[in-house]
Design a protein. Structure first.
Length: 132
């Protein structure tokens, strides 16, 4: 998000925040971090090659290297929860930067407010978009 704000001064960013448990459940159901996916990736996501004990794993680009072994050991459920935890920390950090005024071109909205709002845009998002 910082890149967009620095590169395009007038850009407005809406950060959709997901419920951590729902996010982990969806990731697990889609098998995004299955052993098969991490050993032979079938999508175009950037990965970092990791080779413990001669076995090649393709770790997600956003995962800190010191967490690789625990990510592998966590199985699909643990990996989905680890992703949701990292996502949640990022959302909290971003919220703090928004609240302090450090990031004025960003607003956060909860996914359930958008998806369950019967087509209505949350007030904070609509007023943010209306600002010049």
């Amino acid at each position: 998000i910082s890149f967009f704000i620095e590169a395009i001064e007038s850009v407005k960013v809406i950060n959709i925040v997901r419920n951590k448990a729902d996010l982990a459940a969806e990731i697990k159901s889609k098998r995004w971090f299955s052993t098969e996916q991490l050993m032979e990736p079938r999508n175009n996501q950037p990965y970092c090659r990791y080779q413990p004990n001669g076995q090649i794993w393709y770790m997600p680009w956003w995962l800190p290297q010191d967490l690789y072994d625990s990510f592998i050991a966590g199985g699909e459920g643990g990996r989905a929860e680890m992703y949701a935890d990292i996502y949640d920390v990022h959302a909290q950090q971003l919220r703090g930067r928004i609240e302090t005024g450090e990031m004025v071109n960003v607003v956060q909205a909860r996914s359930e407010d958008i998806l369950c709002g019967e087509g209505q845009i949350p007030d904070n998002v609509s007023s943010f978009l209306a600002e010049r």
